[in-house]
Ligand binder design. Structure first.
Ligand SMILES: C[S@@+](CC[C@H](N)C(=O)[O-])C[C@H]1O[C@@H](n2cnc3c(N)ncnc32)[C@H](O)[C@@H]1O
Length: 268
């Protein structure tokens, strides 16, 4: 794999992880608890609820030995900080993002901000970066087994299918796939239904609102039934999320409020 290039895999060797100052920000000691990790990530722009951040931190913590975590879609580093803070020993996270694509809020300063944020959080030494899209990264992957795949890139059907299909061959038995904006974005939801609804090797294990969790291992018939029922149990939520988004788009404020379970209910 290419190293130290402007695109492809770049290893961070953070020399600042012991309290030096980096782009005007004090570098923290690496967090060891979720509360500290959430605090470290709190100033970083992103779209994660505390329960979702905790799920990522804990998934990083229980990463299978001999595997790596892979993140599709890093933006400014919020979720990368949470996963990397949870990692134990010499476990690592590969963060995949083109960073410069304006379709997804990227620009010339994006990579710089991501780097500054993970350095400030003290986790840069645990993160490798692939600068490019998920399908490019999976096509060039060296075969290292993946223990956690966090899918939070483009949420259209084609991209999400490419995320699943590109990385599934590398997923270790017992590994986890976490998908954000599931049962909220149409493309992500369709991709889940197409690939995981009745799968012989991926099954639903739970969710934190739109963060939906799957485990990769051969499934028995009854496990498949339970998994399919779990996926189906998210459909009323999906319908409500779509209705709220539609009401918002059409400016129907009172309908939007009626559909929400709490004031300003998050759509993530
Ligand atoms: C919702 S943001 C990610 C937020 C981040 N996971 C967090 O919680 O802080 C989506 C990111 O995915 C990136 N992206 C879009 N399509 C991608 C793809 N096919 N592969 C990798 N990254 C992608 C965008 O550049 C953007 O930075």
């Amino acid at each position: 794999m290419p190293r130290d290039s402007s695109r492809g895999i770049v290893a961070f060797n953070c020399e600042n992880s012991c309290g030096h100052t980096n782009v005007g920000t004090t570098v923290r000691a690496m967090a060891t608890t979720f509360e500290d990790a959430w605090q470290a990530a709190s100033g970083v722009e992103g779209w994660l609820l505390p329960a979702q951040g905790k799920a990522l931190f804990e998934a990083g913590r229980r990463l299978l030995p001999g595997t790596v975590a892979v993140e599709i879609g890093s933006h400014r580093g919020k979720s990368a900080i949470l996963i990397a803070s949870g990692l134990q020993g010499d476990s690592r996270l590969t963060a995949v993002d083109p960073f410069d694509d304006p379709r997804w809020g990227g620009g010339p300063e994006s990579l710089e901000k991501f780097t500054a944020n993970i350095e400030a959080a003290g986790v840069a030494s645990r993160i490798d970066l692939f600068r490019g899209i998920s399908s490019e990264a999976s096509a060039q992957w060296d075969g290292t087994p993946v223990g956690l795949l966090w899918v939070d890139g483009a949420h259209d059907l084609e991209s999400t299918l490419a995320d699943f299909d590109g990385w599934l061959p590398y997923m270790a038995p017992g590994s986890e796939i976490y998908v954000h904006d599931a049962f909220s974005a149409i493309g992500t939801t369709k991709a889940i239904m197409q690939r995981f609804f009745w799968s012989s090797h991926v099954h639903y294990t739970g969710c934190e609102r739109t963060l939906v969790k799957f485990q990769v291992r051969p499934t028995t018939f009854s496990e498949r039934v339970v998994s399919a029922l779990g996926v189906c149990s998210r459909l009323p939520f999906f319908a409500r999320m779509l209705a709220i988004k539609l009401a918002r788009r059409k400016g129907m404020k009172s309908l939007e409020r009626k559909l929400m379970r709490e004031d300003n209910e998050p759509l993530i």
